[in-house]
Write a new protein. Structure first.
Length: 642
């Protein structure tokens, strides 16, 4: 009896010790391995890129991130809950790499609470549910100098760019002031149509893209002739410049050698300059074409000044001639690019649904390039290169179509150029002209850089019409206010490009990631196979039904409305009608069977998957437990027999 009590006490003590040990191990692991993670996803969805980790380790002052998620309201929305889990995981991962400089707060804002008011004041937007509730799912960040950045709502469409969006928010908060964009251009960006003369009369209206840039960045216009680029400028935007002298070209060259970044718009035939003056006339001092041959050679890119792209696949529709009664026709030298024409891995084109461009040139990589050349925008394969001189003669859209012969090649319209550069001035700074030489104005020859100190980053676009309001926006006036209704994403593309180049090289290197939602490849393959199998049969049955209905209708028209058809027909015709009706019923029954068969395989696969998830795995565990129990029983019997 005492032995049984002793054994029972030992068993209870063992269980208590195991429970204590279990709790202790969990507490120890939660404290010691809080930042330890293993990413077992196929695409490493929860592993930060090297560029993001580098950027996080360079944070010098604390940044607070507030993740607002209405967890209690999102119970009935599994997709949002899953995505929110990924967002929170990546935020936790970023915090672990920030050396304590990234503070994360998770807030579940209840309706009509201070947290909800705070979310709205920080720029977050809620999504209404069918029950009238509002779900918040966004991120707000702040720094020590009252800087504020926000992602109003994490949408499914941006999931591939989740890491980039959060990293860009943090990057912006690392800067106490607006980044500076230097502008070199011969386009009337700040005066708009009418140019300088309209500005002097107080009648000018800047291009809307210029207003967007002014709202987001600090703009600094560089004169057409300059000897150096100030160190305060983060990015230079060169937009259809006039021919640059050697001193100005050298200043841009050395800016790039110092690791500068540039957004460049060149055009073999700029329609903006030709129509942006008074009464639609050319702007005073306009330049029809722009090129930076010496710099482009250094950058490893060529732009053919004698050709423009004709794209029948992306042609914009225009009115053909003055006859308003005639239908519109394709104008192949004006193109409307869509998502299929953009690099899906580049964050600059992430939000682009349509870009309207005109008389576009094409870019190619030079054989001697030291840089990488990645297309960002391309034409469709239903394209060809047209002689610029022919286009300048003003051929009609029909004449362009008659001359069109597709080469089945997609031509590069915009490209990202990155990597080491060699100076366009290998022998040093060019000599200054005597009348313009100012002591101390030019860089010291000893400071000349023959090669870039770090990898350069450029985005080059072979078009300037992207800036023209008439290409991408409709304007209306309401109570004296200028209201813009975008027809295309021209402004979004330019803002994305500048914003991207404003970041560090680590941020620029980030690309799109795969979505966490994985497609059911087997189900999709089964669906396609089923559709291929039954589509022909379905079409045949539908054609037979249509033919039967037509023949039946022809016979029924012989009888007056509302009368019994068979009373006015011969016996053979009445029998034929009865046969048609029976055939029609059989065909419709067969059609329903075919349509059901189309789903049968998918439903069977779904049932199989549910069985495996719900029943098979538990049954396997139970079977394993029974086998182990039997093995133990047999061991006990053998021991008892001994």
């Amino acid at each position: 009896m005492d032995t049984q009590i002793s054994r029972r006490a030992i068993s209870i003590a063992t269980l208590v010790l195991l429970a204590v040990f279990f709790v202790a191990v969990n507490l120890f692991s939660n404290i010691s391995f809080r930042t330890s993670r293993i990413d077992l996803t196929q695409s490493a969805l929860f592993t930060l890129s090297d560029g993001t980790r580098n950027m996080l380790q360079e944070i010098e002052e604390p940044i607070t991130l507030r993740f607002f998620f209405s967890e209690s309201l999102a119970t009935d929305y599994p997709r949002i809950r899953t995505y929110a889990g990924r967002v929170r995981d990546i935020l936790e991962e970023m915090r672990s790499y920030s050396d304590g400089n990234l503070v994360l707060e998770v807030v579940d804002p209840e309706a009509f609470s201070e947290d909800e008011d705070r979310a709205q004041s920080l720029g977050l937007k809620g999504a209404p549910t069918t029950e009238g509730e509002v779900i918040y799912f966004g991120l707000a960040g702040s720094n020590l100098v009252d800087g504020l950045e926000a992602i109003p709502f994490f949408t499914d469409e941006r999931e591939e760019y989740l890491e980039y969006d959060i990293a860009r928010l943090i990057q912006n908060l690392k800067r106490p002031e607006k980044p500076v964009l230097g502008i070199v251009t011969n386009l009337p960006l700040d005066t708009g149509a009418g140019g300088l003369q309209a500005a002097m009369r107080g009648e000018s209206q800047s291009f809307l893209i210029y207003d967007e840039l002014l709202d987001r960045f600090s703009l600094e216009f560089l004169e057409q002739d300059f000897d150096s680029i100030p160190n305060s400028i983060d990015v230079v935007m060169i937009a259809h410049p006039k021919p640059l002298d050697d001193q100005t070209t050298y200043a841009i060259d050395q800016f790039m050698m110092r690791g500068g970044r540039a957004l460049v718009f060149l055009d073999p035939h700029s329609e903006v300059s030709l129509t942006a003056g008074p009464n639609g006339q050319p702007v005073q001092g306009y330049t029809e074409a722009s090129s930076l041959d010496r710099l482009m050679t250094s950058w490893g890119v060529d732009l053919d000044p004698t050709k423009v792209i004709g794209d029948r696949g992306n042609a914009q529709r225009v009115q053909a001639g003055r006859d308003v009664r005639r239908q519109q026709t394709d104008y192949v030298v004006w193109m409307a690019l869509g998502p299929d024409d953009a690099n899906s891995d580049d964050v600059v084109t992430a939000d682009i649904d349509r870009l309207n461009l005109g008389t576009v040139g094409h870019l190619v990589q030079r054989d001697d390039a030291t840089t990488s050349f990645t297309p960002v925008l391309s034409s469709s394969t239903d394209s060809m290169l047209l002689d610029l001189e022919f286009v300048k003669t003003g051929p009609t859209p029909d004449a362009l179509l008659r001359a069109f012969e597709a080469t089945e090649e997609a031509y590069v319209i915009a490209a990202r150029v990155a990597g080491p550069l060699k100076s366009a001035f290998p022998d040093g700074a060019p000599p200054a002209e005597a009348e313009e030489s100012v002591p101390g104005a030019l860089p010291d020859p000893a400071e000349h850089l023959a090669a870039s100190t770090e990898n350069a980053n450029l985005i080059i676009v072979a078009d300037s019409e992207i800036f023209d309001d008439r290409f991408w926006v409709q304007e209306q006036s309401y109570l004296g206010e200028r209201i813009a209704i975008p027809m295309a994403d021209n402004a979004t593309f330019i803002l994305n490009a500048v914003d991207n180049l404003m970041g560090s090289n680590d941020l620029i290197s980030l690309r799109a990631r795969e979505k966490s939602e994985r497609p059911f490849l087997v189900v999709d393959a089964l669906r396609r196979e089923a559709e291929a199998t039954f589509l022909a049969e379905e079409e045949a049955l539908q054609a037979k039904i249509a033919e039967t209905e037509e023949r039946l209708a022809a016979l029924q028209t012989r009888a007056p409305a509302g009368a019994d058809v068979e009373e006015f027909l011969s016996e053979d015709e009445a029998q034929e009608i009865r046969a048609f009706r029976a055939e029609l019923g059989q065909s419709r029954t067969a059609l329903r069977d075919v349509q059901r068969n189309l789903r049968r395989g998918i439903d069977e696969l779904g049932s199989t998957v549910r069985f495996v998830n719900v029943a098979l795995v538990p049954l396997m565990i139970m079977a394993l437990a029974l086998i182990l129990a039997l093995l133990r029983a047999q061991r006990r019997k053998r021991r008892a027999g001994l």
